[in-house]
Design a protein around this ligand. Structure first.
Ligand code: 6GU
Length: 226
């Protein structure tokens, strides 16, 4: 899978993709992530990328030309399955969206700053808009990093243990059950007996039961949605 990201703060995105599982996915050529500096497409001597908004009001708006020029250049090199705009005024990311996107070949992600981008960018180029939650970040970069992590870990071969991505919280709309490792007794705090029993069907029942109880208490909306 190829992921291109357009950003005015490319260095904000370097670290999240340079470590651990996402780095390994790139080293194994399972994911190719390329960051493009929007400033290089800025207008005039000052490489301008934003301007005051028509109609007045506080905050700068990202101009259409630099973004259109950048997107068109990238589109001349490959066809994109989705062109995604990261913005708080969109539907929130969930596991189902991450699953769908992990099956795509080429994705382009535009990250916004300031008051957002000129609406015509969204009308002309964007095929999907994604928020990562009901709060506001200073820019879309960290949100894009979250999205890319959620997608890339689902690509077959990225996570060593094939089972692991499938048994995540949310893959079945339930939170994960509690997990334990050694020691079985920490200062009198014991691991539930069932997990030491070796009775795997019973252990699975217990885990399902715990997942359901945890979801009902912490995220009843996930169960109500079904
Ligand atoms: Cl995608 N961008 C920004 N700036 N803030 C956010 C967000 C995105 N998702 C939640 N908050």
């Amino acid at each position: 899978m190829r992921i291109d990201i357009i950003s005015v703060a490319p260095n904000l995105l370097e670290s999240p993709f340079s470590h651990s599982i996402i780095k390994r996915a790139q080293d194994k050529s399972l994911a190719e992530i390329t960051i493009h500096d929007l400033r290089e497409f800025g207008l005039g001597n000052y490489k301008q990328i934003d301007d005051t908004q028509f109609g007045g009001g506080a905050g700068m708006v990202m101009m259409i030309e630099p973004i259109a020029n950048c997107i068109r250049k990238l589109q001349s090199e490959r066809d994109y399955d989705e062109i995604i705009y990261m913005t708080p005024d969109a539907k929130t990311l969930n596991q189902s969206t991450a699953n769908t996107l992990s099956l795509k070949e080429n994705i382009l992600i535009l990250t916004g700053h300031y008051k957002g981008v000129d609406q015509r960018i969204r009308d002309l180029f964007i095929t999907k808009e994604i928020s990562i939650g009901d709060y506001v970040l200073t820019g879309g970069e960290l949100a894009a990093a979250v999205l890319v992590d959620a997608i890339v870990r689902l690509i077959p071969g990225v996570i060593g243990d094939e089972q692991s991505a499938l048994t995540d919280s949310f893959q079945d709309n339930l939170l994960s059950p509690p997990v334990y490792t050694r020691p079985s007794d920490f200062e009198g705090n014991k691991v539930p007996e069932i997990l030491l029993s070796g009775n795997f069907p019973k252990i699975e029942d217990w885990r399902s039961d715990q997942a359901y109880k945890r979801t009902k208490e912490i995220r009843p909306d996930l169960i109500a949605d079904e």
